[in-house]
Design a protein around this ligand. Structure first.
Ligand code: ATP
Ligand code: MN
Ligand code: MN
Length: 301
């Protein structure tokens, strides 16, 4: 049970800061973590998350009444986020333009938290160059019967096959069930080429080992296999960003790991919002320096 701090005063707002209302509202009912805890986490982690969440079109998972209640994905400005959440017009399928949202600083993150945001998801391109993707993301979704060790070895298999093609990649624990394998790219190709590469890469792996991997969405075909979700690589798709909190039990966090750490991980959610200090400390380690960044281009396959 959580201690009730009835007397705790809210910090006085400053002109340049976002005021968080209802700091005591419980957002994670299982652990008693509050909106204030969430805001404090994002404030502390801002320097780590902004290189991945900042200046990209984002989708938010908002759960204004807490994660047990209604949550929804939001990618457009409803008009209530305030000045720290910026807008970028993006061409829609029908040829029209629609405003998507992005943030560029801690105030932007906190403005989203103030609006009930728990999770930050981002496009694989920047808000100033939305048509030029700059990261491949393979979202590994294991079927329920599989162990986490199976997911880890699958991630390493993707790393090795990407390496065969000359691409450096990085692993992220999703904070949920799986692992994301991310290959940063120097922008310079379009979404068609990006998606085509991702699809063909995933299909090649499932063709080579059909009992281990599946590259189609179909639930029926996933039995006992790992779904290589390459659809994160199409225009308009998003993936959860490193250091985002997840709207799941225990307030877990998506965390970048080294390949050596991945080997030792017991599950995809070893860290949660109480670990901000530890996450900041480990991010300064030599092994994690440069995680998620590389200058490299898509090879022709
Ligand atoms: P896990 O490891 O548990 O699979 P995950 O973040 O990879 O966690 P997925 O369900 O595999 O979760 O989804 C992959 C990504 O697809 C999400 O991170 C999110 O960005 C995007 N996504 C999932 N559901 C939706 C949705 N309803 N609307 C928009 N994007 C979504
Ligand atoms: Mn996934
Ligand atoms: Mn998925």
């Amino acid at each position: 049970a959580r201690e009730v701090k009835a007397e705790k005063a809210e910090p006085a707002p400053r002109d340049d800061e976002v005021r968080i209302s209802s700091r005591e509202r419980v957002i994670f009912p299982e652990s008693g973590l509050t909106k204030g805890d969430l805001a404090d986490y994002y404030q502390a982690i801002a320097p780590l998350i902004l290189p991945f969440a900042g200046r990209r079109p984002i989708s938010l998972v908002r759960c204004p009444q807490g994660r047990g209640k209604q949550c929804f994905f939001q990618k457009h400005d409803s008009g209530s986020f305030g000045p720290h959440v910026r807008k970028v017009p993006i061409r829609e399928g029908d040829g029209g333009l629609d405003d998507y949202i992005f943030v560029e600083d801690a105030a932007g993150l906190l403005a989203c938290v103030q609006m009930g945001t728990i999770e930050f998801h981002a496009w694989a391109s920047r808000s100033d160059a939305v048509e030029a993707p700059d990261r491949l993301i393979f979202d590994l979704d294991p079927d329920e019967g599989l162990s986490f060790a199976d997911t880890v070895s699958a991630a390493k298999h993707l790393r090795d096959r990407l390496s065969d093609l000359g691409l450096v990649s990085f692993a992220m624990l999703s904070g949920g069930k799986g692992v994301h394998v991310i290959a940063p790219l120097t922008p310079g190709h379009d979404w068609d080429k990006h998606k085509d590469f991702a699809r063909r890469f995933a299909e090649a792996l499932s063709l080579a080992e059909p009992d281990r991997f599946v590259a189609t969405m179909s639930k029926a075909k996933r039995k006992g296999r790992i779904f290589i979700d390459w659809l994160r690589n199409q225009r308009g798709a998003t993936a959860v960003v490193p250091y985002s909190v997840r709207a799941r039990e225990g307030a877990p966090v998506a965390v970048p790991v080294t390949w050596a750490e991945l080997d030792k991980a017991a599950n995809a959610h070893p860290w949660s919002i109480g670990d901000a200090k530890a996450l900041i400390k480990r991010a300064q380690s030599k092994a994690l320096a440069g995680w998620g960044f590389a200058e490299q281009r898509l090879p022709d396959i």
